[in-house]
Design a protein. Structure first.
Length: 255
């Protein structure tokens, strides 16, 4: 949506949106894959889950709102006259499907209820099933690496600080979802793992799926240029966010 807008400085907007996607998705058990995995494996109550990670999401909500006021953008062409929006019946259907998924994740509905969403897409909206297989294959390789490491490196981590550092730094190399799958089998410190894998989404391009999607959409769009400058800015801002989030964790939980 951002790349379709006639505005300058799209690069910084995409970077901030990638940060917002990582920080915002951390807030709920179903916000991202690693959260969902940790939520189910450790059988955590939803309220405790949210309260544990809330400081992380709230801090970056405040920071990103503040930074957004500092980013000056200007329209590249006169704004088109907008028409009033109407809510279609299809939108209502998708709201029902989204509600079904949320209730399934929260254990209100049985797990098999989620199949309704897939069946609807298969029968009535096959375009939604189109997949960027290059991105999927990238993460398949990361999952395979994480699975092999589970057997090649038998270990157990009990110190919460070590779990946080290991998971956040490992996320920079194999992404945060595979990192969660790898470390969860070797520790009971789910809070540190939750923080580590979400903080690990900041930093490198492979830190999270959101980073890769945002980066690839930007560099392959017809209206963008100067990819080197964008990449350096993406990495530097991501690294800054990584260190801020890490500092917050150690302030709250100690070393």
């Amino acid at each position: 949506m951002t790349l379709a807008i006639n505005t300058k400085r799209k690069g910084i907007l995409v970077i901030l949106e990638a940060l917002a996607a990582n920080a915002g998705s951390a807030f709920t058990p179903f916000g991202n894959p690693q959260n969902l995995y940790i939520y189910w494996v450790y059988n955590v109550r939803a309220t405790r889950f949210v309260s544990t990670i809330a400081p992380f999401s709230i801090l970056f909500l405040i920071l990103l709102v503040a930074v957004s006021f500092l980013v000056k953008t200007s329209s590249e062409s006169p704004e088109a006259e907008t028409e009033g929006l109407k809510i279609s019946f299809t939108a209502v259907i998708y709201l029902v499907l989204l509600t079904t998924l949320v209730l399934t994740v929260l254990h209100v509905l049985p797990v098999f209820a989620g199949i309704v969403v897939f069946l609807y897409a298969l029968l009535f909206d096959r375009k939604s099933l189109k997949i960027d297989f290059s991105l999927i294959l990238t993460f398949v390789f990361f999952f395979g690496l994480a699975n092999n490491l589970q057997f090649l490196i038998p270990f157990s981590v009990s110190h919460s600080g070590h779990v946080f550092l290991f998971s956040s730094l490992l996320s920079q190399v194999i992404s945060n979802v595979p990192a969660a799958l790898l470390i969860a089998k070797h520790t009971s410190q789910w809070q540190a793992l939750l923080w580590g894998t979400n903080v690990g989404g900041f930093g490198s391009l492979v830190g999270s799926f959101a980073n890769l999607i945002a980066y690839k959409l930007y560099i392959t769009h017809d209206s963008t240029n100067n990819i080197t400058a964008f990449t350096l800015k993406f990495l530097s801002i991501g690294a800054a966010a990584f260190f801020v989030a890490s500092a917050l964790y150690f302030i709250l939980y100690g070393i």
